[in-house]
Design a protein around this ligand. Sequence first.
Ligand SMILES: Cc1cc2nc3c(=O)[nH]c(=O)nc-3n(C[C@H](O)[C@H](O)[C@H](O)COP(=O)(O)OP(=O)(O)OC[C@H]3O[C@@H](n4cnc5c(N)ncnc54)[C@H](O)[C@@H]3O)c2cc1C
Length: 348
Amino acid sequence: MKVVIIGGGIIGAALAHRLIRDGADVTVLDAGLGATAASFGWINASFFLDDDHFRLRAEGIAAWRRLGVEIAWSGCLCWEESGDAFDAQAAALRALGYPVKEVDADWIRRAEPHLRAPDRALRFAQEGVAAPSAVACDMLCGAKVVRGLAVTHITETSGRITGVATRAGHIAADRVIVAAGTASTGLLAPLGVHLPMLERPGAMMRTRALPSMLAHVMAAPGQELRQDAQGHVWAPMAAQHQGDARTSIDTPPDVLAQETLARLRALLPGAALEWEEVLFAHRPVPQDGRPVIGPCGPSGLFAAVMHSGVTLAAITAETLVPQVMNGALSNTQAALVAPYGADRFQSG
Ligand SMILES: Cc1cc2nc3c(=O)[nH]c(=O)nc-3n(C[C@H](O)[C@H](O)[C@H](O)COP(=O)(O)OP(=O)(O)OC[C@H]3O[C@@H](n4cnc5c(N)ncnc54)[C@H](O)[C@@H]3O)c2cc1C
């Protein structure tokens, strides 16, 4: 079966990886940079919108472990909330069966000696971090990858997908998957598929490399941070990254960087922090905040578009590829993705 995937970010790459394993002939077209390059890369289920979304994210972690690609399973230390809200967060996650351990300042000082330790934190041992661009690149191994060439539109005849059109000509396919992040809306619209999205720009800062000093991903009040294997500290440039609802970023990158560095210096008092790279991107957030995973429009067309795509890439591939390849989902898989159909915005 010949499959074209539009988009070579973390979602397109995970789909390609699984499709190749299942015997498909896969071509990935990628026009340029997307959200993946600017991602924090945190794989977690401690942030969620509702019980279904929690289950999908928890399965997202399990699916990465099944996939066996290179992920740093560092665990997360979280003290974003304080007082009653801290206890409520722990109770809500425990009620859902999520492994949560409360750790005190002594424990934190021993585990993270460079950090200005809070009085207490929640430790989510099963969470981890992907280096998103590198992991995507690895997962594209075995696919035919075309970079720098945009799909102008998807072609169909008599209600069946026939391929994609580009400036360089037509590429025939039996199946087309739209994994084009924020550009997905415009690709799907001519085929009668309505996918409204929120405007959610984000920015990420990477510091110069430092000696290894952080073990965990950290969610502190007003700042998330992690250190990669090369020593760079990564930090979202919004004080409240998970709830960042800005529709534009009007602050110059160097000012944003200084603000972010000030928050980091308060957390890591002895570290010689200087910024090296700032990455801007638009988060692909469907209008209701939830993922889009499934068939849509003409026969042979599929969409996979979501925020938290690093957390959800492996489970997206596990649940979408059987549908692309004419296979069946287990009842558990079908229930997991039932809320996230790609046709759900049609009446809106
Ligand atoms: C600042 C920030 C921090 C984040 N932190 C996290 C996090 O910690 N954990 C997490 O799980 N998620 C996080 N996210 C979200 C996550 O990064 C995204 O959900 C994920 O990267 C989306 O991947 P994608 O492959 O769907 O889209 P993208 O990475 O956007 O890839 C889509 C690709 O499609 C290509 N494309 C578009 N149009 C066309 C066309 N017409 N033809 C050919 N190619 C085309 C684009 O060039 C792009 O490369 C973060 C996002 C941002 C911006």
